[in-house]
Design a protein around this ligand. Structure first.
Ligand code: PLP
Length: 220
């Protein structure tokens, strides 16, 4: 696991240089979903602290003990969030990357106010307009960002996308980058094990890499 981690970091560094970008501008979100603590631990012990999980319930079982041991862990939620799990998500995650509808944004705003927490969010964009995929459509994203910022007082720190698996991701990465730029959004979460270098070339600030670090997910 740690040799994989080193390899990915090396590739990130090369991809950054190739695009005249600073290596430090690119954050590696190690996607540990499905994997058990014994698989995650070596990566923590190698000094990595930024992780992504896609299910609140699973993360709530794995991460509190690890967070007690490594207090500077940062967790990103990268999977769909139901409104009835928002309180748990807000308590556990540092960033919710998957805000894609007004109802969810409202629930997050209300609960963060109740808990007196600043909750940075990313807006998930369905760049491929896929029926089965979460995310707000590109033609509605500016309105959702405006609602989050102006009406709900949320910190919209980033945007994220998961391009269709059967298409060249570069057009989708370009679209997400343009949405970020026109809305003055700093963080751009795009790129996974198979395409993170292409995402970096298009301006990704956060790449979400699972398989290339931890190996194939058990049962997949
Ligand atoms: C699982 C997952 C990833 C990581 O995918 P890999 O191909 O294993 O790198 C990235 N982003 C999201 C939203 C995921 O659900």
């Amino acid at each position: 696991m740690t040799s994989n981690l080193m390899k990915i970091k090396e590739k990130i560094s090369k991809a950054a240089k190739a695009s005249n970008r600073a290596e430090n501008d690119i954050n590696l979100v190690a996607v540990s979903k499905i994997h058990v603590e014994e698989t995650i631990r070596p990566v923590l012990e190698a000094g990595h602290r930024l992780f992504g999980e896609n299910r609140v319930q699973e993360a709530a079982q794995k991460w509190p003990a690890l967070k007690a041991e490594f207090p500077d862990i940062k967790l990103h939620l990268i999977g769909p969030l139901q409104t009835n799990k928002v309180r748990q998500a807000v308590e556990l995650f540092d960033v919710i990357e998957t805000v894609d509808r007004p109802k969810l944004a409202r629930a997050i705003a209300r609960i963060c106010a109740e808990e007196n927490k600043n909750c940075p969010i990313y807006i998930q964009v369905n760049t491929g307009l896929e029926d089965q995929k979460a995310g707000i459509s590109p033609d509605q994203v500016d309105d959702l960002i405006r609602l989050c910022r102006d009406d709900l007082n949320l910190t919209v720190a980033g945007v994220m996308c998961i391009p269709p698996f059967d298409e060249d991701p570069t057009e989708h990465f370009k679209l997400l980058k343009s949405i970020a730029d026109r809305n003055n959004i700093e963080h751009i979460s795009m790129g996974m094990s198979g395409d993170f270098e292409k995402a970096i070339a298009q301006g990704a600030t956060h790449v979400r890499v699972g398989t290339a670090i931890f190996g194939k997910r058990p049962g997949y």
